[in-house]
Design a binder for this molecule. Structure first.
Ligand code: PYC
Length: 315
C-alpha cells in the first residue's frame, strides 16, 4: 500500500494512493458504507500503532463518480469513517500538488457527504469550501458527571458537533489530558440523554470553545474526535460548525474573516456565505506539509499486521 503522509496545522493525514480495497464505481456514500461494512480492517491496519497513531486521519483516494471532480476521497480514522474532513482535504490537496497531479487553481473533490472545492494558493496553502453547514439546535443542556450542567449547540459541518463555551479549563497544551476527559464526559452525557444530530446521527465530535491567545485570532478550540484523540488543527468541519452557529446567532457577518486557533496554537482563516437552505457555506484556509512517502508492508507472519486496536468508536 503506497501512502503519503502530511500534517495540516499539526494534524496528520495519510493519503492512500494505491493498494486499498476496490470499492467499485458507485456513488461515494455507498462506497463509504462498503468500506465500513466490508473493509473496516483498514482503520487500524493503516492508521493505528505500530504504523500510525490515534490522531491520524486516512484519505482513501478513489475514482470520483462525478467527472467534474479531480478526485474522490473517503476519510476515516482509527475507528470509522468521517463524513468530511477539513484538515485532510487540505492535506490531500497539498499531497496531490506535491505529486504534480494538480496545479494552482480550484479543484473539485468528491466526498461521501458532497462535493467540496479546494483552491491551491501555493504548494502548501489551501482554501477549502465545505459542504453546507448548519446549526441544528442551540442552547442544549446536559448534565455531565463531575462537571455539572453544560449548555451548547448541535451543528453540522460535514460531521456532527456539540459546541460549548468552556471556561473551566484553559484551552492550552498542558491541559490536554483534562480537556480530553471533560470532552469525553460531555459525549457520554449526550449519549445518555439520547441527544443526536439529524436522523439520530451520533454527535461524535465535541468542540470546547474559548478566547484566543494570539491578537489576530477571534477564538480557540479543543476538538475531541471519535476515536478519542484530539484534533491538533482547529478542525475544518468544526470551524464550519462554529461559523454556522455564529451566523445563526447573528454574531458574524458574511465574508468577515474569523481566525480560529487550535489548542496547540495553529490556526485557520475562516469565512462564510449564506446558503438558500438557511445554512452557510464555510471556507477554511490553512497550510499542509508533506512529511513522508512510504509503502505499508503487511507480513502474514506479523501478529500485529492489522494494527493494535485500543479504542472502539466512542459514541
Ligand atoms: O479537520 O474536519 C477536520 C477534522 C475532523 C476530524 C479531524 N479533523
Amino acid at each position: 500500500m503506497r501512502v503519503i503522509d502530511s500534517h495540516t496545522e499539526g494534524e496528520p493525514t495519510r493519503v492512500i494512493l494505491s493498494g486499498g480495497p476496490d470499492l467499485g464505481t458507485g456513488n461515494l456514500s455507498d462506497r463509504a458504507r462498503q468500506l465500513r461494512d466490508e473493509h473496516s480492517w483498514i482503520y487500524t491496519a493503516t492508521l493505528a500503532e505500530p504504523r500510525g497513531h490515534d490522531a491520524m486521519v486516512g484519505a482513501l483516494l478513489v475514482p470520483p463518480s462525478d467527472p467534474t471532480c479531480a478526485a474522490g476521497v473517503i476519510f476515516f480514522n482509527t475507528v470509522g469513517n468521517l463524513g468530511m474532513c477539513g484538515h485532510a482535504t487540505i492535506g490531500l490537496t497539498a499531497t496531490l500538488a506535491y505529486l504534480g497531479q494538480i496545479g494552482p487553481g480550484t479543484h473539485r473533490i468528491e466526498t461521501p457527504v458532497g462535493v467540496v472545492t479546494a483552491q491551491l494558493e501555493d504548494p502548501n496553502t489551501v482554501r477549502v469550501t465545505n459542504v453546507v453547514s448548519y446549526c441544528l439546535q442551540s442552547g442544549v443542556t446536559v448534565e455531565v458527571d463531575g462537571i455539572g450542567p453544560i449548555t451548547g449547540d448541535i451543528a453540522w459541518g460535514g460531521n456532527w458537533f456539540f459546541l460549548t463555551e468552556f471556561d473551566r479549563i484553559d484551552l492550552c497544551p498542558s491541559n490536554i489530558p483534562a480537556l480530553t476527559q471533560a470532552a469525553h464526559g460531555i459525549r457520554s452525557a449526550l449519549n445518555r440523554a439520547q441527544i443526536t444530530g439529524a436522523d439520530g446521527a451520533d454527535i461524535d465530535h465535541i468542540e470546547l470553545l474559548g478566547p484566543p491567545k494570539s491578537t489576530t485570532a477571534q477564538g480557540r478550540n479543543f476538538v475531541l474526535c471519535p476515536g478519542g484523540a484530539y484534533d491538533r488543527s482547529p478542525c475544518g468541519t468544526g470551524c464550519s460548525a462554529k461559523l454556522a452557529c455564529l451566523a445563526a446567532d447573528g454574531k458574524l457577518s458574511e465574508g468577515v474573516v474569523w481566525q480560529q486557533e487550535s489548542v496547540i496554537g495553529s490556526s485557520y482563516d475562516c469565512s462564510y456565505v449564506t446558503h438558500p437552505s438557511g445554512g452557510i457555506v464555510a471556507t477554511i484556509q490553512g497550510q499542509a506539509f508533506v512529511t513522508s512517502e512510504a509503502t505499508l508492508v503487511f507480513n502474514t507472519a506479523d501478529p500485529f499486521r492489522g494494527g493494535i486496536c485500543t479504542h472502539k468508536r466512542e459514541s
